[in-house]
Write a protein that binds this ligand. Sequence first.
Ligand SMILES: Cc1ncc(COP(=O)(O)O)c(C=O)c1O
Length: 381
Amino acid sequence: MIAIQSKLPHTGTTIFTVMSKLAEEHQAINLSQGFPDYECDEKLIGFVSEAMRKGFNQYAPMSGLAELRSVIAEKVNLLYGANYHPESEVTVTAGGTQAIFTALSACIHPGDEVIIFEPAYDSYAPAVKLLGGLVKSYELAPPNYDIDWEMVKKLFTVKTKMIILNSPQNPTGCILSEKDIKALIKLTKNTDVLILSDEVYEHIIFDGHKHQSVALYPELYERSFIVASFGKLLHTTGWKLGYCLAPENLMKEFRKVHQYNVFSVNTPMQIGIARYLKDPETYQHLSSFFQQKRDLFRTLMAETKFKLLPCHGSYFQCVSYEHINQEKDTDMAVKLIKEYGVASIPVSAFYMRNNDHHVLRFCFAKKQETLEKAVERLTKL
Ligand SMILES: Cc1ncc(COP(=O)(O)O)c(C=O)c1O
């Protein structure tokens, strides 16, 4: 056996794999991982298979199919009034995670510091570390996970290279407000600090709130990468397609990395998605579609002993159980699978350091009957 020196010595199997495997073993209802248990639109599948049958099965251009980049630029303009040039400022990627990794790879040098807000999507910190960067984490606390921008200011040093945002947020379902963005603008003004804005849940936002995309703020344009996911937008997480927006000089560096680790992305799906998204109706209904699911899940969960935390966006609902018992959340999640037949994710998995917050995350991007069956089991607790 040849031993290699691990670049991520403290990283094991992700909690998502662990929980999903355990859920399978115990035939539990899986509300752990973030993906729908229902089908995407038949029309979209028709467009993709038609492209395959018509022979569009070879490499796409490195930056993505021109039709798709144009549709993306139009969508961003329609929603946020921003003008990203499809030729030089939009790149189609193999999902949001690849876009995040590529943006980080293009910018982070050893010793650079990257600020993240925890609980955080699990790819950020390992990606920064792989590149020799240092993660400066700001640990937010339940129930509201509010950001105190004075605290963020304290994390800034001469080595701060980037700040990663995620709104609507996984796992908390929190969203950034206009006030947050104004504070961010003030903090980064006259600095070279970059922003990586993970907006994969941009279309899943509730109660009439407006998604505070970085694209709404011209002041942030020059320093920002914006990442989006067609998996979340089209209920097709298994297709692994997304995109990145950035000003031309940043995108040039992004594409240098992209061309050597991915080169180009699935052609027939790009054709199908470009055709499908020409009609804004395909994404304008998404928030109300998921709001119905959130409302149903919250109404059902109100009958359990769990305490519901606020959920303003994303397809995740967090619950607190500190008033029920003081078990660690990983133990509580395992107990829910083994004894009650429902899988969730312990929110401590989204922090680098241990904490005792006693919060679990459930994914409600599921059929009504799945949610009803799961909550029926949880009421037995
Ligand atoms: C916050 C966040 N960013 C990025 C991603 C990854 O998106 P994709 O599946 O397109 O790689 C996810 C997926 O769960 C996510 O929750």
